[in-house]
Design a protein around this ligand. Structure first.
Ligand code: UDP
Length: 238
């Protein structure tokens, strides 16, 4: 089977924005190009999009609002991002289906996983709404959806270029891992994503790629050369 055939891409909301703008036109353009290239190479693609360019629940205190209410605002923010992704993808001829964890009448609705597994063969699927539950994260949703659609790899697009043994912004001698096993990552307490999400992926043998997503071309480079970023695998042969 083709490696990296069915990908679940976790796209952090902050990557979509620019300085003082919610949506960066050059970023969305570059993302469309990367998605087109992946579709042309016969890949099946789903996105789980965050909402950090609009709002994050953790900023509740700043506005002195209830933290649960703040999370609901965050979940709706992910839906705004998903609708924008669908709009830009479709304007470039990329068929896209928006699937939400809660119904947003006329815009996005819930779908049974078996329907999504069929849809993804033709279209890009964008999952929004978080898990639909406060106090959880889009990483958790990404892991659950990756299992549901039978993805072989979850690609986490972030602002850093992989997983390090310590914070590369604080420590000059921080070492990047090219490949690491789930068990080693857990042993070393590397914070790649929420523990429950990470263990769910491990238990379903779904690899995790952490790559720098500030340039969406990294996605296409990654499928050709998985040395880009860090690949977390069920087992790593030494
Ligand atoms: N959120 C939530 N439950 C979820 C997923 C997300 O309550 O299952 C809320 C939470 O407030 C979070 C916000 O939605 O801060 C946006 O998601 P996230 O911070 O994961 O977005 P990202 O940082 O990836 O852009």
């Amino acid at each position: 089977m083709q490696p990296f055939k069915r990908l679940l891409v976790k796209l952090s909301g902050e990557l979509l924005g620019g300085e003082n703008i919610v949506f960066s036109a050059p970023y969305l353009d570059a993302l469309c190009n990367a998605v087109s290239a992946l579709k042309q190479s016969d890949r099946e693609l789903a996105f789980v999009v965050g909402g950090g360019n609009i709002w994050r629940g953790r900023d509740a205190e700043r506005l002195k609002i209830d933290s649960t209410d703040a999370d609901y605002v965050g979940m709706l923010a992910t839906a705004v991002n998903g609708l924008m992704l669908k709009s830009v993808f479709e304007s470039r001829g990329i068929g896209t289906e928006l699937v939400s964890s809660f119904n947003i009448d006329g815009i996005a609705c819930r779908k049974h996983p078996s329907e999504v597994r069929e849809l993804i063969k033709q279209q890009v699927v964008v999952f929004v709404g978080g898990t639909g539950m406060p106090h959880l994260t889009t990483d958790t949703l990404a892991a659950i959806r990756a299992v549901e659609i039978g993805a072989d790899t979850l690609v986490k697009l972030t602002k850093v270029d992989g997983v390090y043994d310590k914070d590369p912004e604080k420590y000059k001698d921080a070492k990047k891992f090219d490949r690491i096993s789930f068990d080693e990552a857990l042993q070393k307490r590397l914070e790649i994503m929420d523990l429950a999400a990470f263990e769910l992926l491990r238990d379903h043998h779904i690899s995790v790629a952490v790559i720098k997503g500030t340039d969406p071309k990294a996605l296409t480079r990654f499928v050709d050369n998985p040395q880009e970023g860090t690949l977390v695998l069920p087992t790593v042969e030494v």
